[in-house]
Write a protein that binds this ligand. Structure first.
Ligand code: OSB
Ligand code: MG
Length: 380
């Protein structure tokens, strides 16, 4: 991206950082092949410079079944490594922060929580919507939903009916061995033309290639992460044996990983998650690569509260994000969200990209206060 408009020569002086853990019960439990989430433990990050504040959310889960990172490992990394690496320092641009964190290996979600907060701060300091500051052009983003594994096919169908009636543009269902053909067939029988995806969260192996090839008849937009969570090689072999485009999620931790997955033929579509790739610097690079090579990308979700959700909306305004993301309304997850207004979806299944500064949603401090279980302040 070129230099942002507004104040020239702006710099970011990181004066203080606040870490906060909040507990938010989910409206419905969310089940995947790798586990079940009933309530979220979320780390929120607030960064302060003399000019502005910025807000970020850590997307690590409660347990290490999707990623090795958890809420507690991310707290440790943020408190003991990520924040000390930047506190008191001055950066010319938010885009430079990722390089300052590069010596910390892995732990992308911990790094992204801080990096994304600094992008919000920079956009607010320049009085620009973060979407525009990133170079995003979309005014409205197309939205889809991710529906967890249900107890019965009947329960799944009623969930699909409800989301289709709400206007969502596509449905993704979670699958696992024994929960694939029957639920997909039932959805196709009732919704022959619904844009539909399936996400296995790494639950199959190459031995299941014939079964996975059998899913071609459901005309899925893509199948997400059928094989190992850190695999690219077997996915390339599988892609040769099935028609349905493979989309990778779990193993893509950087823009480079995305390029390699495409070059190896491991996938044809990429799910981008800010937390999984370490923040906006990588997201922008991956977006550019995918635009240049006509690789469709979309924004994945991590059951984020409003602050993380607002970042997902900003990222989804980028040109490469051509497919509906797992970015949906606050009310699908939480009775009361962490931002005001809550994230809302239009009857056409879109979210309007906010026009206010930064992420364009304001943290609801009384809601956040009530959900807080620990706070730690770091001052330069
Ligand atoms: O694999 O995309 C995934 C949630 C938690 C962890 C991993 C995933 C998901 C989802 C939910 O699919 C997406 C959402 O609605 O936030
Ligand atoms: Mg996934």
């Amino acid at each position: 991206m070129g230099p942002a408009r507004g104040t020239s020569q702006a710099v970011i002086r990181i004066r203080s950082v606040e870490l906060r853990e909040i507990h938010l019960p989910l409206v419905h439990p969310f089940e995947t092949s790798s586990g079940r989430t009933v309530s979220r433990r979320i780390i929120l990050v607030t960064v302060r410079s003399p000019e502005a504040e910025g807000f970020g959310e850590c997307t690590a889960g409660e347990d290490p079944y999707y990623s090795g990172e958890t809420t507690d490992t991310a707290w440790h990394l943020l408190a003991d490594f990520v924040i000390p690496a930047v506190l008191g320092r001055t950066f010319e641009r938010a885009r430079d922060v990722a390089a300052a964190l590069r010596s910390i290996r892995g732990n992308e979600m911990a790094k992204a929580a801080l990096e994304t907060a600094l992008w919000d701060l920079e956009a607010r300091a320049r009085n620009l919507p973060l979407s525009r500051h990133l170079g995003g052009t979309r005014e409205e983003i197309p939205c889809g939903v991710s529906i967890g594994i249900q107890n019965t096919v009947g329960a799944l169908l009623s969930a699909v009916r409800q989301e289709v009636a709400a206007g969502y543009q596509r449905v993704k269902i979670k699958i696992k061995p024994g929960w694939e053909i029957e639920p997909l067939q039932a959805i196709r029988d009732e919704f022959p033309d619904l844009p539909l995806m399936a996400d296995a969260n790494a639950a199959f192996s190459l031995d299941d290639a014939d079964l996975l090839a059998g899913l071609d008849r459901f005309r899925l937009m893509m199948i997400e992460q059928p094989l190992g969570h850190n695999d690219m090689a077997d996915h390339a072999l599988l892609q040769k044996r099935i028609q349905t485009p493979i989309c990778l999620d779990e193993p893509i931790h950087s823009a480079e990983d995305g390029r390699k997955a495409i070059e190896l033929g491991s996938c044809r579509i990429i799910n981008v998650k800010l937390g999984r790739i370490g923040g906006y610097a990588e997201a922008l690079q991956l977006n550019d690569y995918c635009v240049r090579h006509s690789i469709p990308v979309w924004c994945g979700g991590m059951l984020e509260s409003g602050i993380g959700r607002a970042h997902n909306i900003a990222m989804s305004s980028l040109a490469g994000f051509v497919l509906p993301g797992d970015v949906s309304a606050s009310r699908r997850y939480f009775e009361e969200d962490t931002v005001r207004p809550p994230v809302m979806v239009t009857p056409r299944g879109t979210i309007r990209v906010p026009a206010g500064p930064g992420i364009g949603y304001e943290p609801d401090s009384s809601r956040i206060q009530r959900a807080t279980v620990r706070i730690r302040e770091f001052s330069a």
